[in-house]
Ligand binder design. Structure first.
Ligand SMILES: [Zn+2]
Length: 165
């Protein structure tokens, strides 16, 4: 396994539409393993292949207990709404407020080509939406109704806590 370089905002690969995976071969397995290692090393909860410069429809998501592999993922159902902070390894030191569905169900293949369904709420649903958008060349910054620096976000949390106290 090896760490891959994470591309940051402004790199044209992040704005391109990724192609479906058609061969479930060793190269895909290496890519998935490298993406998992790269995401964990960077303390991320999700990573999409275009973020490491590979324009294929491949995503990894850390569910806490396990890291799942989403190859050619498609959203099947979504419902509800949540409103909250979001970050991205490709947009370092920034936080944005984004509205997302609160529940998302999707289907995706694993490294062998077998289809599975996954569902998640709150952070996981948010992460599914965020990562799938990377595959179509979109960053969450396009959707955020407010962008802040990490520092500004921490200040905002602090003042909210003080208001509640
Ligand atoms: Zn991202």
């Amino acid at each position: 396994m090896a760490l891959r370089m994470i591309l940051t905002e402004g790199n044209p690969s992040l704005n391109k539409v990724s192609r479906p995976v058609t061969s479930f071969d060793d190269r895909l397995a290496v890519l998935l393993d490298d993406m998992k290692e790269t995401m964990t090393h960077a303390n991320g909860v999700g990573l999409a292949a275009p973020q490491v410069g590979i324009l294929r429809r491949v995503v990894v998501v850390d569910l806490g207990e396990e890291i799942i592999e989403l190859v050619n993922p498609r959203i099947l159902e979504q419902s509800g709404e949540q409103d909250g902070p979001e970050g991205c390894l490709s947009v370092p030191e920034r936080v944005g407020l984004v509205k997302r569905p609160n529940y998302v169900k999707l289907e995706a293949q694993d490294r062998h080509g077998d289809w599975y369904e996954y569902e998640g709420e709150e952070l996981i649903a948010r992460c599914f939406c965020h990562e799938l958008e990377h595959l179509d060349g979109h960053l969450y910054t396009e959707r955020a109704y407010q962008m802040m620096t990490q520092e500004e976000y921490e200040q905002m949390l602090k003042s909210q806590e003080e208001e509640e106290a």
